[in-house]
Ligand binder design. Structure first.
Ligand SMILES: Nc1ncnc2c1ncn2[C@@H]1O[C@H](COP(=O)(O)OP(=O)(O)OP(=O)(O)O)[C@@H](O)[C@H]1O
Length: 294
């Protein structure tokens, strides 16, 4: 059975259509990024999954049942972008309080380790920085040992070091078959940490696949070099090349197979090429292409 199912789900806020007839299924054990620009419908989708919002039409299911029930019995946990912590409690007290609400919680020490809170266990919740507060929110989300974990822009406000540790904790948590769905604006996070990327724009799925598939689907990579006065004729016949641009003696070859193109360039021509640069079709280019207003 799928961990998460959206079956023709729409959500209106008055006149605003935040989620537009969205259908998708997520397999248990996968780590999925929900990637989209501001206002794409990521938070709305997560709130629908957590049972905090009801769909205007369609159905959201978690392991085949109502999301609210899955949250109540600890099957699904969520880390939202906002939410006050109880200021008077220490991190350890707060995490312990929350874990005791669940039938089968994780051990306290495991939660503190996974959320990288060992050094902050005795700190009062109102004395935490924004990034540290995010770590506590993560701890509270995993406290009940949920099989499905939803994270809404989990690394917002975290510095580079905290992000690295956060993702290490997330992967540790996901290991062993748990399902993780995280919303992000950060393309590199989707690329590095998800085995499936759902690109969402205007409440609809714009792409669905591995980061590599999405990059490939939006078309090629480029090989750029300086050719100077030499003739560019024939470059379009190099292996993999899909388009050639020449501007002021600088050639950009769009290619579906940069290795083959480079090999053809060096072995199959006598051109003297300089300043060779290879650029991947990064997820950013793919993302912009997919989410651009049509
Ligand atoms: N409570 C609300 N009332 C009215 N409109 C809302 C409400 N919440 C969200 N919206 C609108 O619904 C759309 C989707 O918003 P949502 O917060 O789901 O997007 P998002 O992808 O999470 O954006 P961001 O990356 O900025 O957090 C946007 O147009 C937003 O303005």
């Amino acid at each position: 059975m799928d961990a998460i199912t959206f079956d023709h789900v729409s959500k209106h806020y008055g006149d605003v259509l935040a989620v537009a007839d969205l259908s998708l299924a997520i397999e248990p054990g996968s780590t999925v990024a929900l990637l989209g620009p501001n206002g794409a419908g990521k938070s709305t989708s997560i709130n629908l999954l957590l049972g905090l919002l009801r769909p205007s039409s369609g159905q959201v299911l978690v392991h085949g049942r109502d999301p609210g029930a899955a949250v109540r019995d600890g099957e699904m946990g969520g880390m939202l972008q906002s939410g006050e912590l109880i200021p008077e409690l220490t991190v350890k007290e707060l995490v312990d309080l929350v874990r005791r609400l669940y039938p089968r919680p994780l051990p306290l020490d495991d939660i503190l380790r996974l959320a990288d809170l060992g050094d902050l266990a005795g700190r009062r919740a109102n004395k935490l920085s924004g990034g540290q507060t995010q770590r506590v929110r993560f701890a509270l989300a995993i406290a009940g040992a949920p099989r499905i974990l939803l994270l809404d822009e989990p690394t917002a406000a975290m510095d580079v070091e905290s992000r690295l540790r956060f993702w290490a904790g997330m992967h540790d948590y996901a290991a062993g078959g748990r399902t993780v769905l995280f919303a992000t604006h950060y393309l590199e996070e989707a690329d590095a940490h998800a085995d499936r990327v759902l690109v969402i724009a205007r409440g609809q799925l714009a792409a669905d696949g591995t980061a590599a598939e999405i990059k490939a689907g939006v078309g090629g990579q480029t090989v750029r070099f300086t050719l100077g006065e030499q003739p560019a004729a024939g470059l379009d016949r190099l292996p993999g090349v899909t388009a050639v641009e020449v501007v002021d003696g600088v050639v950009t070859l769009h290619t579906a197979d940069p290795d083959a193109t480079l090999s053809g360039l060096y072995r199959g021509t006598t051109l003297d090429v300089r300043h060779v640069q290879l650029s991947g079709a990064d997820l950013e280019a793919a993302f912009l292409a997919l989410t651009r207003e049509s």
